[in-house]
Design a protein around this ligand. Sequence first.
Ligand code: S3P
Length: 178
Amino acid sequence: MKDRHIFLIGFMGTGKSTVGQALAEMLGWRFVDMDERLEKEEGITIPEIFAAYGEPHFRKLESRLLERIAGEERQVVSTGGGIVLAEANRELMMHSGFVAALKADAETIIERVRQDASRPLLRGNVEERVHRMLEERKHAYDFADCSVDTSGKTPGEIAASIVAFREEALRGRSGSGA
Ligand code: S3P
């Protein structure tokens, strides 16, 4: 099932949505940004969900949406940074597609997320929150099929390297299965 969806995972501000769009365009696939779709379906923003119902409720909605997306037609899926925290989500992504992790250093992430109020987990001292969460999640994205360091690269370059990693992985599988 590695030849189905492509899931982009990674910490907040690593460029999953921008790269996802470039990747979908390159492949001629559909693109879905999970945070955006969740907000549209719920008719409420993510900060509002966190404020009104708390993070556990958001995680439930996120996991349910992932299950539905996994069953849909092939697409490039940009996930929320915390989707990897649940083992069931990790398993589902691994079994329904190719998982690409995007990496960026703390300074780049801080620069990207600083002006954006849409991330409830980064409210307050952004520098401190990012450093702490990066430490807490330092191995959370390790299960990916490939990992791409995004620093100094354009979305198109990152998308192209994900395509190359995926093709190599798919060739490797069919090779070993032959
Ligand atoms: C979260 C990341 C956000 C969003 C929510 C929680 C996280 O998505 O899902 O605020 O726990 O890392 P982005 O990674 O797109 O910012």
